[in-house]
Design a protein around this ligand. Structure first.
Ligand code: FE2
Ligand code: FE2
Length: 295
């Protein structure tokens, strides 16, 4: 199965022509399926733009939502609307509200939006304040402690959802692909400039989801888990364990692109450190380098 992956495409920043050109680049990649790891648009434009994309790309579209997708809306309402709307759209699957999706007899797809859960870095000393707190209804009028409580609750909700799906997935399939918006490990929270330090990590990594992934990957060394995410707009690959690999995608506002097109089998060959080309910036080297910079 041939998959095209894009992340943080922020379609609301593009005009009709620019969107058509981006959609054409996906059609040109000739995928059997398209993966989107969140920040597709904003709440009011999400359904129309996703519908437009779905009609244009000529392949089943599997997606999770990112923080921007809730701007000018509420998290629970946007999720509920998208869940019921995508359920009646043939070939459009919102993974957060979907159980296991079998891609091939050996590979299953799961996903959840995730959320920066305030657990990595130093929330209390961080001067960072994301637009999320102004533009998403759930955060409006919350004080700093209440915001942290909300971030943790959102992280926990994502972790619980994925934990249940993961446990069921690994009992049947040797290969699991997990889509989420927020990197689940600080090692996968790629940065440039300020990204990845203690100020940004509380908002840019979801520790609760990471703990679930780590536990399941330890319990089931015979299963390979590949996670794909975005949110930081900076790409990187982090091998957390021999059977757990996180791919973080890059993005630029106003210039969405295909992150990668690959055969599913290649993804799992690449995920295994035994297959890693030492010349590339991946592997334990990445984990070590990230740890030095973010602690
Ligand atoms: Fe984004
Ligand atoms: Fe994001």
């Amino acid at each position: 199965m041939r998959v095209t992956w894009a992340t943080d495409i922020h379609l609301n920043f593009l005009n009709l022509q620019e969107r058509a050109s981006f959609f054409r680049s996906i059609v040109d990649a000739q995928p059997d399926a398209v993966f989107l790891t969140g920040d597709i648009a904003e709440a009011p434009s999400l359904q129309p733009l996703l519908g437009e994309m779905h009609a244009a790309v000529e392949a089943p579209l599997y997606f999770v939502l990112g923080n921007h997708d809730f701007y000018y809306g509420s998290i629970s309402r946007v999720r509920a609307d998208l869940a019921s709307w995508s359920r009646i759209q043939q070939g459009l699957t919102y993974l957060t509200s979907t159980e296991l999706v079998e891609l091939t007899p050996t590979t299953v797809l799961i996903g959840h939006d995730g959320w920066g859960d305030g657990r990595y870095g130093n929330y209390h000393l961080s001067p960072v304040k994301l637009s999320d707190q102004e533009l998403i209804e759930d955060f409006q009028d919350l004080n700093r402690e209440e915001v942290l409580e909300k971030l943790r609750a959102l992280g926990n909700e994502a972790a619980r959802n994925l934990e249940e799906k993961l446990h069921r997935a690994v009992t049947v399939y040797p290969h699991v692909v997990c889509l989420t918006h927020v990197p689940p490990f600080k090692e996968a929270c790629w940065y440039q400039g300020k990204m990845g330090n203690d100020d940004w990590l509380p908002y840019f990594a979801c520790r609760a989801v990471g703990e679930v992934l780590m536990t399941v990957s330890q319990e089931r060394p015979d299963c390979q888990i590949a996670v794909m995410c975005g949110h930081t707009h900076h790409e990187g690959v982090a091998h957390l364990r021999p059977n757990l690999c996180v791919f973080t995608g890059s993005a630029e506002y106003g210039a969405p692109c295909v992150q990668n097109t690959f055969e599913l089998e290649e993804l799992f060959e690449f995920s295994s450190p035994a297959e890693v080309d030492e010349g590339r910036v991946i592997g334990t080297d990445v984990v070590n380098r990230q740890s030095e910079n973010v602690q």
